[in-house]
Design a protein around this ligand. Structure first.
Ligand code: HEM
Ligand SMILES: *[C@@H]1O[C@H](CO)[C@@H](O)[C@H](O)[C@H]1NC(C)=O
Ligand SMILES: *[C@@H]1O[C@H](CO)[C@@H](O)[C@H](O)[C@H]1NC(C)=O
Ligand SMILES: *[C@@H]1O[C@H](CO)[C@@H](O)[C@H](O)[C@H]1NC(C)=O
Length: 321
């Protein structure tokens, strides 16, 4: 009998461990905790995007750079201090990530709207990314919620885990696979480059290089704003056809060899290899891109979240409580 009951106790412990480890994110997480959370985020995102259209692109990228470094836990939002090194000055982020002030505005509004500190910074990033996509004409996909915020950040992980624009197809794919994402996710999520801009420093070598695959007339026209020397921070659109609207033009651009970044063009070689088939598919099926973007964003948003009693809900997204 005592053997039975200790077996039973053991089972209970195991089951509760399993269920706490699997604490699920859910779309209606804030419905009772703070009913106005989502409408408050949406309102501030729409305001920010109407003031500066590019902000929608910047907020989308912020969520990506959060999720690819130890999961979607708002680690990217922690400021450096004399005794703490965060991710903001990691190679892929420095002089590049933007939107932090918008996140601050959202957090302040939620802290007063919810009468308490209940909405995590990690969830704010996930919802703001979706609302940005919608504001610029993209799909209103479902966002799962209930993430908590990290107590740490890792500059080394940010340097190593976020893919660089110099990577080739093989390495892009292995990077995405290391995050539990597939070839299709790589292609679909790279479609985020239907929005926003890159600095000259990230594509200069494609303009002044005989072996570059960049379409020659586009390369020529980009040179004035991206000289051989200087102008590192000058911007050009990632999707030359329509950088401020969410559409499938990015994929059509790749087929025309107009991918701005080396990593973009690696997705379409034109010889049927690698991701060629998927790029062709999405270029001629915008509705499929629309749908699959939502699925892949949901999948990315589920990467390594802190849940339950892990981490904390930050009062100020820039620092731990
Ligand atoms: C596949 C690997 C990826 C690489 C190598 C990459 C690389 C880059 C680079 C180098 C920039 C320009 C940054 C600068 O010059 O300051 C950029 C911008 C951007 N990326 Fe990516 N990216 C990738 C995937 C993604 C994903 C998955 C998303 C979102 C779903 C995304 C969304 C964006 C957006 C929206 C911008 C423009 C941001 C703005 O204008 O503020 N990227 N990316
Ligand atoms: C991350 O990269 C930056 C820029 O290249 C470098 O200065 C920094 O030392 C790197 N950090 C770590 C922890 O590797
Ligand atoms: C991709 O890049 C890696 C590392 O730079 C290199 O070892 C590999 O040969 C490249 N693959 C292809 C197919 O070019
Ligand atoms: C030219 O392009 C090749 C292939 O992309 C690259 O390996 C090389 O570093 C580039 N050279 C310069 C000067 O940018």
């Amino acid at each position: 009998m005592s053997r039975m009951s200790s077996l039973f106790a053991c089972l209970v412990v195991i089951l509760s461990l399993v269920s706490s480890a699997k604490a699920q994110l859910k779309p209606y997480y804030y419905e009772n905790i703070c009913p106005k959370a989502l409408s408050t985020i949406q309102k501030i995102v729409y305001e920010a995007v109407s003031q500066e259209t590019r902000m929608g692109a910047s907020l989308l990228r912020l969520h990506f750079h959060d999720c690819f470094v130890n999961g979607c836990d708002a680690s990217v939002l922690l400021d450096d201090t004399p005794t703490f090194t965060g991710e903001k000055n990691a190679a892929p982020n420095q002089n590049s990530l933007r939107g932090f002030e918008v996140v601050d505005r959202i957090k302040d509004a939620l802290n007063s709207e919810c009468k308490d500190n209940v909405v995590s910074c990690a969830d704010i990033l996930a919802v703001a990314a979706r609302d940005s996509v919608v504001a610029l004409g993209g799909p209103k996909y479902k966002v799962l919620l209930g993430r908590r915020d990290s107590l740490t950040a890792s500059q080394a992980a940010a340097n190593n885990s976020i893919p660089a624009p110099t990577l080739n197809f093989t390495r892009l794919l292995s990077n995405f696979k290391s995050h539990g994402l597939s070839l299709r996710d790589l292609v679909v999520l790279s479609g985020g480059h239907t929005l926003g801009f890159s600095r000259c420093t990230n594509f200069r070598s494609r303009l002044y290089n005989e072996t570059s695959t960049l379409e020659t007339s586009l390369a020529a026209s980009l040179k004035s704003n991206c000289p051989i020397n200087g102008g590192d921070n000058n911007l050009s659109p990632l999707d030359p056809a329509s950088p401020l609207s969410f559409d499938a033009d990015y994929f059509e651009g790749l087929i025309q060899k107009k991918g701005l970044l080396h990593s973009d063009q690696e997705l379409f070689k034109g010889d049927g290899s690698g991701a060629d088939g998927l790029v062709k598919y999405y270029s001629s099926n915008p509705v499929a891109f629309w749908h699959d973007f939502g699925s892949s964003m949901e999948k990315m948003g589920k990467m390594g979240p802190l849940t339950g009693t892990q981490g904390e809900i930050r009062i100020n997204c820039r620092k731990i409580n």
